[in-house]
Every structure is written in C-alpha cells, then in structure tokens.
Ligand binder design. Structure first.
Ligand SMILES: Nc1ncnc2c1ncn2[C@@H]1O[C@H](COP(=O)(O)OP(=O)(O)OP(=O)(O)O)[C@@H](O)[C@H]1O
Length: 464
C-alpha cells in the first residue's frame, strides 16, 4: 500500500525537527487512524529510533528500549536500572547525533508506571534541551494522551513544540485509496468512513456488496467488532456509551430524544455525551446562523461514517447476521443504504463547496454549515458577513433528476433564514446524484450553481 497524503502533518513534523534546538512533538488520535504509518513515513528520511511499547511488564519494556537505543548507536547494551537511567543514557547519545526518537503507544508505558511522564519531563528539560534531536510521543488512547501528556496536570504540560491530533481522511483524501467510480466511492465511504485502515481493508476490484459481506458482516471480520474495540481503548464500561451511539445513529439527535431511547436521565446523559464528544465519536452541531455555541437548537450526530453505519445496521442485527448474513444484507442494508448514503452525500457536498470556493467556482464564505429552524432545514448554508452574502444549497441522493420542485422549495425556505440585511445577496447551489431535468440550468440565472456527480468528481478528485 503506498502512503497517501498527510502532507500537512509531515510538514509540521519536519518543521519541528528542522527548527533550531530540540523538538518535542505529541501525536495522538483514534486507533487505526494512521499514526504509526505517519511516523514511519516521517522517520524514513531521518536517523531515528522507533520504539513501540507493548502491554507487557515494565522491566522488559525498559530492557527492549535500551537495547534498541544501544543497537542504533552500535553500543554494547549497558546495564540500566530505572527509566531515569534509561533516558539519561539516551540523552548522552543524542547529544552526539541529531536523531528522531519515537515512542509509540506511550500510554502502555504509563499504564505500567505512572511516573513515566515525570521521567520524560526531566529528559526533555535536561537532556534533549541542548541537542538538535526530537522526541515524539504517540498514543491511541485519547483519554491517556490528554490527561497524562497534554493536560494541565501532566508534568509534560506546555513543553511540546508541536502537536498533531490526527484525523481520519476526508472524502477527497480517501478517494486516493477508494478505487470505485464516484457514485460507488461515495457509497463505499459511507461504510468505511475515512479511517485509513478501514479504507485499505476493502478490495476495490470486488463489488461493494461483496466487501460489505466479507469485511463487515462476517463475524470473523475485523470491522464486525471494531466499535467495541475502539470504545474499550478509552472506556472501562462501554455499555451505556454503546446504547447512546446506537440511539444517535438511528436518528435521535437531541438530548431529549436520546434520553427517551436509552432510558438514561438527562443529568448523567450530558456527561456521557461530553465524553463521547471528547473522544470524537459524536459531534454537536448548531445551525450555522446561531450566534451562541450553546444554542438550544443543538443536535448530535455520529462523527464517523463507519460508526454510523455499524450502529445502524450491524449492532441491532447481530444475531441475524450470525444466522443469515445474506438476509440482513438483502433485506435490511441494501434497501436502506440510499438513505444512509444521503447523509454521507451531504458531507461530501460540503467538502465540494469548500473546494469550489478555493477554486473560485463559488464566491467565498466565512462559515459553511447546516441550517434548521422548526420544520425547516437546509443542507448547506454559507455565510459571508463582510459581503452580506448567503449561500443556500441542497443535496439530493435520489434516482430521479432534480427539477423545479427543489428550486421552489429552496427559494421558499431561503426567505425564512433570518440572517443579514433585507437586501442581502442570495446565492444558490444544487447538488444531485442523478443530475438535473433538461434545461434547468439555462432557466435559472447566474445566482444558481448546479453540480452533478461528474462536477463533484471533478472538484474532489484533483489535488486539494
Ligand atoms: N497515509 C496512509 N496511506 C495509506 N495507508 C495508510 C495511511 N495511514 C494508515 N494507513 C494504513 O492504515 C492502517 C492503520 O494505520 P496505523 O497502524 O498507522 O494506525 P494507528 O493510528 O497507528 O493505529 P493503532 O493505534 O491501532 O496502532 C495500516 O495498515 C496502514 O497501512
């Protein structure tokens, strides 16, 4: 598998290494998001020591660490008693040769010895301070990385010279891996999301349905149990979190609805929701026109396409999947997939809007998001307060071409979006999977921009 993208992250690590004096970078993010792949790619061009911590006894880990340092410098392995000595030895050697030292899965070391952050602090302050070397701490447990490395309470707080919170690939980035045409690429992304490992599990020489059957619906497949595994990396008892995620994935988006579906009282629920947000399993959204971030109109959604798919189609059907996966696929997944993909299509169009702005195909907007009020909802609304300009856009993942009906309903709803002065500049855009009825584009004036799948493909397949 060739390494894809991550240009910004590699450049940030490079800057940290090149800038005068030592570097201390922290890389974290969800499991399978590509932290190790990123660091290995970065290391290829630099003298480096890459240490992968494991869930094993502290002493054995320390021995392995020291062995690795000694091997790198062609030393005889010294006798070392504690982590302070191990880091002291490393520090002495780094003074002679600028080197990148990566400690991957750092939280495993902290689990074994919670003084590790203090040893690393002394190492950063006293040993690598005067060198041109760089230390990178990496970890998948967002909770541990935030509390033990990045948080106020940590001895390492404020010492880092760089920090990367690695995110899954956007659709545009994922397209470099997904080998389907644009329609199937969107469907496929609706199932795997942008997590590199999930993207690389699919065989794009096979039809999408076959990938779903073998990679998701088989009890032996990695993705069959993946969300539980992800939650267990972060949480001791994930049961309640699982039921909250399932409620959100099946369309309960307000705290009231989630509380009703799960039976969890609003008080404790808000804590669970906060934790799920911190771990990036869910996101809270407010209408783009809302001024306060705590708008009463806020809604929650599952922050990752794969999790949304899994909690909607896999978790509720586990026993049937084990009995008759084909029936679940044909009876439940296939008929409901277009509805699931319609939401993914909206976020793909959202990316297309930003790309169209970058390329000058649309005017610029300071913020772009969703808008809703009462029964009304508009998929994408862009606001340019400096120019009193608003963009109003709808996305349709339907089998029929879009016609006048959508134009009229969007124009009507536009009038109900309370934002800006009365004479604001209104621009419109339509995104459609099945194109537009003949002549629509010519009929509508310059204020309307129409994008079919080919146009979206064109926007999102080039370099970002
Ligand atoms: N930039 C990338 N381009 C192509 N493939 C990638 C990229 N990043 C990750 N992958 C693939 O995704 C898989 C998971 O990546 P990786 O092991 O780096 O994730 P991780 O965040 O370190 O995961 P974990 O915390 O579970 O160890 C790997 O098999 C890797 O080949």
């Amino acid at each position: 598998m060739t390494f894809v993208d991550r240009a910004d992250e590699l450049a940030a690590l490079e800057r940290s290494f090149e800038s005068p004096g030592h570097g201390f970078a922290v890389v974290y993010g969800r499991r399978r998001v590509g932290k190790t792949a990123l660091l290995k790619e970065f290391c290829t061009d630099h003298p480096h020591i890459y240490f992968l911590a494991a869930q094993e006894a502290e002493q054995r880990q320390r021995e392995k660490f020291v062995e690795q340092v000694a091997n790198h410098f062609d030393d005889r392995v010294p006798r070392i008693d504690g982590w302070d000595e191990a880091f002291e030895y490393l520090g002495e050697r780094l003074a002679t040769e600028p080197t990148v030292v990566v400690i991957d899965e750092f939280p495993y070391l902290v689990e074994e010895n919670d003084s590790l952050p203090s040893y690393v602090q002394a190492f950063v302050d006293e040993q690598i301070q005067g060198t041109e070397s760089m230390l990178v701490l990496c970890g998948s447990s967002i909770s541990t990385m935030e509390s033990e490395v990045l948080g106020h309470e940590s001895p390492l707080y404020g010492r880092r010279t760089g920090q990367i919170d690695l995110q899954p690939f956007s659709f545009q980035q994922a397209r470099e891996i997904i080998g389907y045409d644009i329609a199937d690429a969107i469907r496929s992304y609706a199932i795997t999301g942008g997590t590199p490992m999930y993207l690389t599990l699919f065989d794009y020489g096979q039809p999408l349905g076959e990938n779903v059957r073998t990679q998701v619906l088989s009890p032996m497949a990695v993705l069959y149990n993946e969300p539980e595994f992800l939650l267990r990396t972060e949480l001791r008892s994930p049961a309640r979190y699982l039921s909250i995620l399932e409620a959100i994935a099946t369309g309960r988006t307000t705290p009231n609805e989630i509380s009703g579906a799960t039976g969890i009282d609003p008080g404790p629920l808000s804590k669970y929701l906060q934790t799920l947000r911190r771990l990036r399993f869910i996101e809270r959204e407010v209408p783009v026109t809302a001024t306060g971030k705590t708008s009463k109109r806020s809604r929650y959604h599952v922050a990752d396409e794969f999790l949304r798919f899994w909690f909607r189609f896999v978790e509720p059907n586990r026993s049937s999947i084990e009995e008759a996966p084909e029936l679940v696929f044909e009876g439940t997944i296939e008929p409901n997939l277009p509805d699931h993909v319609a939401t993914t299509f909206e976020s793909v169009c959202h990316e297309a809007v930003w790309e169209a702005i970058r390329r000058g195909r649309l005017d610029s907007y300071a913020s772009v998001g969703r808008w809703w009020y009462g029964e009304d909802e508009i998929d994408i609304v862009g606001l340019a307060p400096d120019a009193d300009r608003v963009l109003l856009a709808e996305c349709k993942w339907t089998t029929e071409p879009v016609g006048h009906g959508l134009v009229e309903s969007l124009s009507d709803k536009a009038a109900r979006v309370r934002w800006g002065p009365d004479d604001r500049d209104e621009q419109f855009a339509l995104f459609s999977k099945s194109g537009f009825v003949d002549g629509l584009e010519e009929e509508l004036g310059d204020d309307w921009s129409l994008f079919d799948l080919a146009a979206i493909d064109d926007l999102l397949s080039g370099p970002s």
